[in-house]
Ligand binder design. Structure first.
Ligand SMILES: [Fe+2]
Ligand SMILES: [Fe+2]
Length: 328
């Protein structure tokens, strides 16, 4: 807990739906890129020149993403009994309605049990084509999980903790990058000067990080969040602890901003992604546990046939830790 200690407000949570626990505690799970995939032969759904590219993408993804393992993942998430389930986008591969439907069906047991406690944002693969821009499949299928139905959404979790969801997808069918828009910054500022004035900790849910891990994806404009510097500056000036929950890069890690040390990034990776040379996916997700004003991070991972949970060390400024399978 080194990283969070200096910001700890020491104020026990006044709990919301989690009040039944009898202790000042708030628990959330963070799920990364699920990338459900389906093949389609319908040219109306995969139009023009993109047909071949998207078909190839779907073929590659079908080999790498073991969507048949969603049931194991969903069961474990349920066992964690979270107060919130936070999904950071890329539910699909090519934004097909059938892919959204597959995601919705796989997560249905959670929707039933945790009604009103699921929060989501889209990833670039959820708004992958110009057709999707018109069809709004993400909103049609998963809109119920976009709290209050406006962007960004703000969720008062109690005790000074707020959770904000940002849609940074470009919706233009081009590239893998995101865009942080002017109106999102204005909305964040309005929140801080209004209902968020007393916020003591903020969890951002956004598919794209504002900073990439050094030496791994450094300043790759094809994949980064364009305009993200402004978001990072805003978060830094809040002067409260910020946990930034993202995905996009299919690797699980925790990283603390070197320039804005109140910001800690959590990448939940891609739980059903089978990495090269591995027999099967490294199934897992992250848990955030806020207790008496301090947040701890845990990693849930299936090792063999057994689920294990371990504490993640919070990094110092500029430091990061690999949370993927050790030795991978
Ligand atoms: Fe992804
Ligand atoms: Fe992505």
């Amino acid at each position: 807990m080194r990283g969070a200690a200096r910001y700890s407000p020491g104020d026990p949570l006044a709990t919301g739906p989690e009040a039944g626990r009898g202790v000042a505690m708030f628990r959330a799970v963070h799920i990364g890129d699920l990338h459900f995939w389906r093949f389609t032969a319908n040219p109306a759904l995969l139009p023009g020149k993109r047909l071949l590219g998207l078909a190839n993408l779907a073929l590659r993804r079908s080999r790498a993403f073991q969507q048949g393992r969603a049931g194991e993942l969903v069961a474990r998430i349920g066992d964690a009994a979270p107060d919130r389930i936070l999904l950071s986008g890329d539910f699909t591969t090519t934004s097909l309605p059938s892919e959204f439907s597959a995601a919705k069906d796989a997560l249905a047991p959670l929707e039933e049990r945790f009604a009103g406690r699921i929060r989501a944002v889209p990833g670039n693969h959820d708004r992958y084509t110009r057709r999707e821009l018109r069809a709004k499949s993400f909103d049609r299928f998963l809109g119920d999980w976009c709290f209050r139905g406006t962007w960004p959404w703000f969720d008062d979790a109690g005790g000074g903790l707020w959770i904000a969801g940002i849609d940074a997808t470009t919706s233009n069918g081009l590239g893998c990058f995101g865009t942080f828009r002017d109106e999102t910054l204005e909305a964040l500022k309005a929140w801080r000067s209004g209902e968020g004035a007393d916020a003591r900790e903020l969890w951002i849910v956004c598919h794209f990080p504002t900073e990439d891990l050094p030496g791994v994806f450094h300043r790759d404009r094809g994949r980064e969040l364009h305009g993200g510097d402004r978001l990072l500056r805003f978060l830094g000036e809040l002067n409260i602890p910020v946990f930034y929950l993202h995905g996009h890069h299919h690797y699980r890690w925790i990283y603390r901003s070197p320039t804005h040390p109140n910001v800690t990034y959590l990448n939940a990776g891609a739980p059903m992604y089978r990495r090269k040379g591995m027999a099967r996916a490294d199934l897992g997700f992250l848990e955030l546990l806020r207790e008496n004003g301090t947040t701890a991070v845990k990693v849930h991972r299936l090792e063999g046939e057994e689920w294990k949970v371990s504490d993640a060390t919070l990094p110092e400024a500029g430091e990061y830790f690999d949370l993927q399978t050790p030795g991978d």
